[in-house]
Structures are given as C-alpha cells and as structure tokens.
Design a protein around this ligand. Structure first.
Ligand SMILES: Nc1ncnc2c1ncn2[C@@H]1O[C@H](COP(=O)(O)OP(=O)(O)OP(=O)(O)O)[C@@H](O)[C@H]1O
Length: 448
C-alpha cells in the first residue's frame, strides 16, 4: 500500500513538473502566473534594499528626518532606497511604483535597468516617470516578443491602431492624431511588410479613406484593393495622385477658413471630411529617375509630398511611409520629407548609417538598439518618438490573406470621394495557383 502511494505521488510530481515545463515553453503567461510571478515577487521583496544599495540607488536621509525617525545623528543612519508605493502583477510581469527620495531622478534608475534586470532575474526592466517624484519600474518576466499576441481588448478606435507589442508587455499603438506622419524603415526580410499588414488590418476597420502608393507594381497593396479608395502602382500615377491630394488639402483648408477653425476635428460632424491615410510603400521608387528629363516630374512629386507632410495634418491627411533607406542620397527633398515623418519604426538594417537616418535625429540612444536586432528575429523593430523615448516592438505574425480578408469584410467603409475616382483600384489581380508539380511533358507521337 505504501509503495502504491509513493508511486502515485511520484507520478503526480512528474506530471506536475512536466506540465510546468510545457507551460513554460508553450504557455508562458500561465507559467508566469503560477511560478514566475510569485518567485519574482518574493525575490524582489527580499532583496530590494540590498539591491538598490549595491546599484547606487540609495540616498542619505536628511539630518532632520534621521533625527525625527530614529533620534540619531545623520551619519549613523543607513542610506535609504526609493519607497515602494505599489506592486502590481500583470500577465507579463510586475509594475512597481516607486517614490523617489530627494537626490534621485528617473534617469538614475533608468541607468541601472540592466543591473536591476539581472538582480531580480527578469527578462527586461524599463522605467517610466508617472508624475514628478514617482517612477514605474516595468519588469517583464518572459520574452513577450517571442510569439506576439495582442491582448483581446486592444482594438482599433478613433484613429488609434494597436499594431505591436513592446518588450515591457504594453501595446504599441499608432495614434494618427498624436503622431500624424510616420516612417517605417528596414532591410529586406526585416518585417516591414508585416508591420504594414498589421497596420492596414487595423485601419481597414476604422472610418477612414485608405490611399495606396505602391510603385513595386502593386505587389504589396493590390491584395488590399477592396478597402482602398485609391491605388497607384507607377511613379507617374503617384505624381498625379499626390497632386490630387494637395488640391484636396487646399479645399479642406478653405472649409476650415469658412468655419473659422484651424483643425479638421473642430468642424461640425456633418461637414467634417473623412480622414485620409496615405500608405506609401518603398518610398525610394518615387525618388529614382532613369533619365534627366524625368527629374522635374520627380522633383515636383517630392515637393508636393513635402507640402502634405508640412500642412496636411490639420485637415486630416496622414502619411505612412515605408522604405529600406531614407537619406539625403535619395535626392532633393528627402531630408525635408523625413523631418516631417516624426513617428519612426526601424527594423533590422544593413548598416548603422540607415539606423541613424531613422532614429538619429529623434532618439539617438535607439540607434545602438537597432544595430543589435538579430537577423533571425524578423519583425523586431525599434519605435521612437519625438520625446526622445524609444522601445523595442514586434507585430503579431499574420498572413496576407488575413489582412486581405479584413479589407473585404470592411469594404463597405470605403467612403465616396469623387476626387479619388480616377485612381480607384480596378480590383484585385487574381493570381493563378502555382502548380505543385511541374506540368508533365507529353511525348509527341513520332510521325514519318
Ligand atoms: N512580427 C513577425 N513575427 C514573426 N515573423 C515575422 C514577423 N515579421 C516578419 N516576419 C517574417 O519575416 C519574413 C519577412 O517579412 P516581411 O516580408 O514583412 O519583410 P520585408 O522587410 O517586407 O521584406 P522585403 O523588403 O524583402 O519585402 C516573413 O517570412 C515573415 O513571416
């Protein structure tokens, strides 16, 4: 009987360990909730004071406080770390709110994140200032960018599209009203199209007009034709479409003047024109010319794009530009246009110079982070913003068919815009299925 109990206990323990091992690999959220979080929380509570001390994140309390609290001389009181105000577990890690003592600033904590990460045995630690005197330590228990799944509540709304996950487990959103124009850069096979795909899938569900410029003969955007109000696939047509957009911008400004407002969102609902998102795939194609006689047309197109970048935000026209490189070597107007595209997402690039082009002017620290993206992790990117902050992000992996299906489902949201009628996509090109085996060559009968 005792033997039987021992066997049952052993089998139970083995099954439990196997289950946890499986959960660690296949369901990291479950593993984190059952094992990782309690262990990390305990470790954090137990080691907090000593860790902050060795990381140099403590300060000597003031003489008055030392006297009031302990009635001893200041020099005899041990230095104190930031006070823990709140510990909040999440499905990906721990959020800890700290009250900074006088003498410490958020940058001091941010400079020690690598040391804290190792001390508390977590995947990553990032620091956010929540209000003056308070910071939030965001600890991630496992590599949330390994297999990305956005939380169910992350849904597109009011020109805000959840596109990716940050390494601290929060959702990276593309908010067109906060950051009207953006640039996505990356080498071949770095994940640019996947990023655009996620973006289009989200945008398709919103009441906006989508305009596609894909000078790679429409290979990327043609599949989204059902939800596009316009699609052009050659630099000549792109020039005409961009002219039409500039004219629309001017008409919208006239409307703003008529109502005495300075922004599309201040207009009454019944007269407010629909917001437009212009998706430019492979921007370099708009800059390249093969002969001198094409240069004036190219210069005009670029200049018109720069005008859109400078002014169109106020009238609800937003630019979403994508490319492999975007520097002054592209030609006249390139840096002026890039300066308008303040949202930056840079995937793996082939050289530091390209990383610099993407993030050097807005978040210099992020350039090093881009150069360390491993080639075997496509989709990882560094997203910067104009505040100088940046984060590592990755989009969920979705197929082109999934994004195209969403476009078809929301095709009824394509708004009626007569000025885009000449550029309306003619419909999707149906690609014949590839034969799985090469066609058989029948031997021809030999005739004399
Ligand atoms: N977020 C991601 N998660 C997992 N795999 C990804 C992710 N993003 C991209 N990939 C994979 O990486 C490969 C290249 O992705 P993608 O086509 O988006 O790159 P790209 O930069 O657009 O390449 P190109 O410039 O050559 O068209 C694809 O096989 C894709 O499945």
């Amino acid at each position: 009987m005792t033997d039987l109990v021992t066997y049952v206990e052993l089998a139970g323990a083995a099954a439990g360990a196997g289950g946890l091992g499986y959960a660690k690999a296949r369901a990291p959220r479950v593993y984190w909730s059952l094992v990782g979080m309690p262990v990390t929380w305990g470790r954090f509570t137990w080691n907090y004071n000593s860790t902050m001390d060795v990381c140099g994140l403590t300060v000597q309390p003031s003489g008055f406080r030392a006297f009031v609290k302990r009635n001893v001389a200041r020099s005899e009181v041990r230095p104190v770390p930031p006070k823990i105000r709140r510990v909040r577990p999440t499905s990906t890690g721990l959020r800890i709110t700290l009250r900074l003592p006088a003498g410490l600033e958020p940058a001091d904590i941010a400079a020690s994140t690598e040391r804290l990460r190792h001390a508390f045995g977590v995947r990553s630690v990032t620091v956010m200032e929540t209000k003056p005197g308070y910071v939030e330590l965001r600890m991630t228990g496992w590599d949330v960018l390994n297999r990305v799944k956005l939380p169910r509540k992350a849904r597109p709304r009011d020109l805000v599209v959840p596109v990716a996950l940050r390494e601290d487990g929060t959702v990276f959103e593309r908010d067109y009203r906060k950051v009207p124009h953006a640039l996505t850069l990356g080498a071949n096979q770095s994940g640019k199209s996947m990023y655009q795909r996620n973006l289009i899938k989200g945008l398709a569900q919103l009441p906006v007009a989508l305009v596609g410029i894909d000078c790679k003969r429409g290979v990327e955007q043609n599949r989204y034709a059902s939800r596009l109000s316009a699609l052009v696939t050659s630099p000549d047509d792109a020039g005409k479409l961009i002219d039409a957009l500039v004219m629309e911008m001017e008409e919208r400004f006239d409307l703003l003047a008529l109502y005495g407002v300075s922004d599309l969102w201040e207009l009454p609902d019944q007269v407010r024109p629909v917001p437009l998102v212009v998706l430019v795939d492979e921007i370099a194609e708009l800059f390249f010319v093969t002969s001198k006689k094409d240069e004036p047309a190219r210069d005009k197109t670029v200049m018109q794009l720069v005008r859109l970048g400078q002014m169109a935000r106020a009238v609800g026209i937003y630019l979403e530009v994508c490319g492999q490189r975007f520097g002054s070597d592209l030609g006249r107007g390139a840096t002026a246009l890039r300066a308008q595209l303040t949202g930056r997402v840079v995937h793996r690039v082939n050289d530091k110079q390209t990383a610099d082009m993407g993030l050097g002017d807005i978040a210099p620290d992020a350039v090093t982070a881009v150069t360390t993206i491993a080639p075997d992790r496509p989709g990882i990117a560094v997203a910067g913003d104009t505040t100088g902050g940046w984060s590592r992000i990755r989009t969920p992996e979705i197929t082109p068919d999934e994004a195209a299906a969403t476009c078809r489902e929301f095709a009824h949201l394509v708004p009626e815009l007569p000025f885009l009628a000449p550029f309306r996509p003619v419909g999707q090109i149906t690609v014949p299925p590839m034969p799985t085996t090469p066609p058989m060559v029948r031997p021809r009968p030999v005739t004399d």
